[in-house]
Ligand binder design. Structure first.
Ligand code: ADP
Ligand code: ADP
Length: 229
C-alpha cells in the first residue's frame, strides 16, 4: 500500500440547485519520502485536494488513506488529532501570529503536539537562527515563509503540505523557498507535497500530478529531478 492513496475521491459543493464538482473521481498515490508537485490551472481543484488530504475538508465520496490510516472515515475528533499531529501546513500568505516572535510562532506549534522537534534546531534548519527574536513584521516575505516552514516542521509531521508557498514572493526568493522544501525532503526523508499553478516547478519533483477540471490528467515520475536552484 502506498503512503498516500486517493481512490475515486470526489468533492461536490451544493450551490443552491446547482452541484459543483471541485474534485471528481480523483485517484493517485504518493510514496513515502517523495517530493511531489501538484500542478494545474486556477480552479482545477488543487486546494480542495490538499484540504481533503490535510483533514481540513471532507470528501463527498471516495477513500483517502495516509500511512494506512483511513482519513476519509475519521470522525471530527480524529480529524483534529490528525491535523494537529500528522500534518504540517504552509500557506501562500504565511499565516503567522503577528505579535509573537519567529521563535514563539514555532514554539506555538510544538506546544500542541506529541513529539515536537526543537524550535531552535528547526529555525537553524531553515536558515533563521539570527532572526528568531524578530516579529513577522520585521521580516521579509521570504523570511516569514521560512518561519512558517519551521513552524510546520516543528510538529514533526508525517506529511508537509504547501499551498502555493511561493505565490506571494518574488522569483529569486521563491526559488530559495523551493530549494529549502526540496532539501527538507531529501535530507530528512519527509514527504512534501507542493501545490502550484506554475508548471516551471515540475522539473524539481520526484512525482508530478497534473490536475485539470477536478481530475488527474496525468502523473509523471522524474527519476532524476533537477535541483531547485
Ligand atoms: P484550485 O486550487 O486549483 O485553484 P480549487 O480547489 O480552489 O481550485 O477550486 C476548484 C473548483 O471548486 C473551482 O471551480 C471553485 O470555484 C470550486 N469551489 C472551491 N471551493 C468551493 C466552495 N466552498 N463552494 C463552492 N465551490 C467551490
Ligand atoms: P525581500 O527582498 O525578501 O522582500 P526586504 O528587502 O523586504 O526583503 O528585506 C531585506 C532585509 O531587511 C531582510 O533581512 C529583512 O529581514 C530586513 N527588514 C525588512 N523590513 C524590516 C523591518 N521593518 N525591520 C527590520 N528588518 C527589516
Amino acid at each position: 500500500m502506498a503512503f498516500v492513496e486517493f481512490a475515486d475521491v470526489s468533492k461536490i459543493y451544493q450551490m443552491g440547485e446547482v452541484e459543483v464538482a471541485a474534485v471528481r473521481d480523483m485517484s493517485f498515490e504518493i510514496e513515502q519520502g517523495e517530493f511531489v508537485v501538484i500542478v494545474g490551472p486556477s480552479g482545477a481543484g488543487k486546494t480542495t485536494l490538499l484540504n481533503m488530504l490535510g483533514g481540513m475538508d471532507s470528501a463527498t465520496s471516495g477513500t483517502i488513506m495516509l500511512d494506512g490510516a483511513p482519513v476519509s472515515s475519521f470522525n471530527r475528533k480524529q480529524l483534529t488529532q490528525y491535523r494537529r499531529h500528522d500534518i504540517g501546513f504552509v500557506f501562500q500568505f504565511y499565516n503567522l501570529v503577528q505579535n509573537l516572535t519567529a521563535r514563539e510562532n514555532v514554539e506555538l506549534a510544538s506546544q500542541i503536539c506529541r513529539d515536537p522537534l526543537d524550535a531552535d534546531a528547526v529555525l537553524a534548519a531553515v536558515g533563521l537562527s539570527e532572526r528568531k527574536a524578530n516579529f513577522p513584521g520585521q521580516l521579509s516575505g521570504g523570511e516569514q515563509q521560512r518561519v512558517a516552514i519551521a513552524r510546520a516542521l516543528a510538529k514533526n509531521p508525517k506529511l508537509l503540505l504547501c499551498d502555493e508557498p511561493t505565490g506571494a514572493l518574488d522569483y529569486e526568493t521563491g526559488k530559495a523557498i523551493l530549494k529549502l522544501l526540496q532539501d527538507t525532503c531529501r535530507d530528512t526523508g519527509r514527504t512534501v507535497v507542493v501545490v502550484t499553478h506554475n508548471s516551471a516547478f515540475t522539473a524539481i519533483a520526484d512525482r508530478v500530478i497534473h490536475v485539470r477540471e477536478g481530475s488527474v490528467a496525468s502523473v509523471e515520475l522524474n527519476e532524476h529531478p533537477l535541483s531547485a536552484e
